[in-house]
Ligand binder design. Structure first.
Ligand code: XBP
Ligand code: MG
Length: 234
């Protein structure tokens, strides 16, 4: 039996990427950059994990007609604004939990599993999302949270998972990761953690070779705590 579940946030707990995209676009408008990221472009930009990294990659992309040099400080300022805007949208109810998430969390708790979060996004975004979903219970729900800027390298590097494992005091083989993207699958896999994929809006047709299981959403995998780790039965 697994001792802990480690959740990704974006695309896994909630379909957040359309809200991220809106927050990015409102930021670009506010700072009069003349940029706009429509869904098809955003799908490609999501290959770059991390909001600051995504802005930097777009700023210097040859196919971007509005290409310009942005200093690290300017990118950080844009990203702070974007994070504040994302937080407002989430607090207003913009990103409800995906189907099955609340039940999986509740049942895992009942079975005594520990719960953690390993995410690429910024910590204020995670806090806003958890607060909007679970209210004041949120603080006690997850034993460990590690966010993007708290490790050297973002997913697909294993850093965020390795830090979660160290803080939990567990081995990769004791845990199950719940992810929605190939980058997340690779990150968890490189840390020795088995992965259950829940297909999301932007990453639904990623290559999930190597995942322990793939489901459309967590309503199909409610009692994860009862899973048989040794047989890999999910
Ligand atoms: C999520 C991301 C994030 C969000 C934006 O990846 O790549 O960059 O799109 O969040 P994952 P920030 O679900 O694999 O963690 O702007 O806060 O970086
Ligand atoms: Mg994700």
């Amino acid at each position: 039996r697994f001792a802990a579940l480690i959740f990704d946030v974006d695309g896994t707990l909630a379909e957040t990427e359309e809200t991220h995209r809106r927050a990015f676009n409102e930021t670009f408008a506010y700072f009069k950059l003349g940029w706009d990221w429509p869904p098809l472009l955003y799908r490609r930009l999501l290959r770059v994990t991390g909001g600051k990294e995504r802005i930097a990659a777009f700023a210097r992309a040859p196919e971007n007609l509005g290409r310009r040099h942005l200093s690290a400080d300017e990118i950080a300022e844009l990203h702070r604004f974007k994070t504040a805007r994302f937080g407002q949208l989430v607090s207003g109810g913009g990103c409800p939990l995906r189907p099955g998430v609340a039940s999986v969390v509740e049942r895992a708790r009942q079975r005594g599993l520990r719960l953690a979060i390993a995410t690429t996004t910024a910590r204020p975004n995670v806090e806003a999302l958890l607060r909007a979903a679970w209210g004041s219970e949120a603080d006690a729900l997850f034993d460990v949270i590690v966010a993007g800027d708290e490790v050297p390298r973002k997913k697909p590097a294993p850093d965020v998972y390795l830090k979660v494992l160290a803080l939990l005091g567990l081995e990769g083989g004791d845990c199950l990761a719940i992810e929605d993207s190939r980058a997340g699958l690779l990150a968890a896999g490189a840390a020795g953690v088995a992965v259950l994929i829940t297909r999301s809006f932007y990453f639904g047709d990623d290559d999930f070779e190597g995942a322990a299981a793939v489901v459309e959403n967590l309503a199909e995998a409610m009692d994860i705590g009862a899973m048989d780790q040794e047989n890999g039965k999910i």
